[in-house]
Unconditional design. Structure first.
Length: 310
């Protein structure tokens, strides 16, 4: 009898553990992503007159100087998917970890002034404002990375190549902030890079066409100033991270693209997040974040575990 009870208890325990493991790797859905929230930022700073032209500053406690993560949200370049609100979830987690966050909002393709060139100009302006305001907020510009999610991963990579933009482009700037490390989460860029620009692997139509708008019918060389491949090599290191179950950014395509980047003389690596979808990486409560946190810290030159630095 006792043996039977032990077998039953063991079976129940195994079942509970299995349910626990399955719950831990439950891929986040779009609805769960849309519900993500974070703490209020310490400051909201405008870099232009449009309502969407602002950044949110999440500041750690202490006197600094603080390492910085620039966050560029995704959302298919469409306003209905929000983005900056959801990125506040990991912004709060990073600030609690002693890392300042520059959370960037920008005009989307379906908003006045968005698309080409406005969306790209907004990213450049937000980075320029960071360099300008860094001394005021005790931000260490020798230790900063740009991290984008989904469509924002494309913009993050583009920002690293801004120094190579031709002078004739409206996106050209003489003094750009050098970006040495980009973290691309669930990179949606495969739907933007030619010839794969139909958006067939996304739920948001054709993001490349949304972003370019009428330009695609006027200019045949549009990729010369917004194509991340055309702006390489730029000396940046790109860390691609995507969920094992991410159908927006399939691991096989990311690995193939990472191999191509190396032929362009830039360095890269690919991190697979077990059991994760396209959204888990921006949820601070997810198992994916536990894997990403030490990667971000190392990219900033910090010990993987904060306790080691105290």
């Amino acid at each position: 009898m006792r043996h039977s009870i032990l077998l039953l208890s063991s079976a129940l325990l195994s079942g509970l553990l299995a349910k626990s493991v399955l719950a831990a790797i439950h891929p986040m859905t779009l609805d769960e992503y849309m519900a993500l929230r974070g703490p209020e930022p310490e400051a909201q700073i405008a870099y232009g007159p449009a309502p969407q032209q602002f950044v949110q500053l999440f500041e750690p406690t202490g006197s600094g100087p603080f390492p910085v993560v620039v966050l560029v949200h995704g959302g298919c370049f469409l306003s209905k998917y929000e983005g900056i609100r959801q990125m506040g979830n990991i912004a709060g987690a990073l600030a609690a970890d002693g890392i300042a966050v520059w959370n960037v909002e920008y005009r989307r393709a379906d908003e006045r002034g968005g698309g080409y060139p406005g969306t790209f100009q907004d990213i450049g302006s937000a980075l320029h404002l960071l360099a300008q305001k860094a001394p005021d907020y005790h931000l260490d510009m020798t230790r900063f990375v740009v991290m984008g999610h989904s469509a924002g991963a494309y913009l993050a990579q583009w920002s690293a190549g801004r120094g190579n933009i031709p002078e004739w482009s409206p996106l050209h700037e003489n003094d750009v902030v050098p970006i040495r490390t980009v973290i691309a989460l669930g990179d949606l860029g495969q739907a933007l890079r030619p010839p794969k620009n139909s958006g067939s692997k996304t739920d948001c139509g054709a993001p490349g066409e949304e972003l370019l708008g009428p330009l695609s019918a006027v200019r045949t060389d549009a990729n010369l100033d917004i194509g991340v491949d055309q702006l390489r090599p730029n000396g940046s290191h790109t860390i691609f991270a995507a969920g094992e179950s991410d159908h927006y950014a399939p691991i096989s395509e990311l690995r193939a693209y990472a191999a191509r980047i190396k032929t362009m003389r830039d360095s890269t690596e690919v991190v697979v997040l077990p059991g994760a979808s396209h959204f888990d990486e921006i949820a601070a409560s997810s198992p994916s974040w536990k894997l990403l946190r030490p990667i971000i810290r190392r990219a900033l030159g910090l010990p993987a575990d904060r306790q080691q630095s105290q």
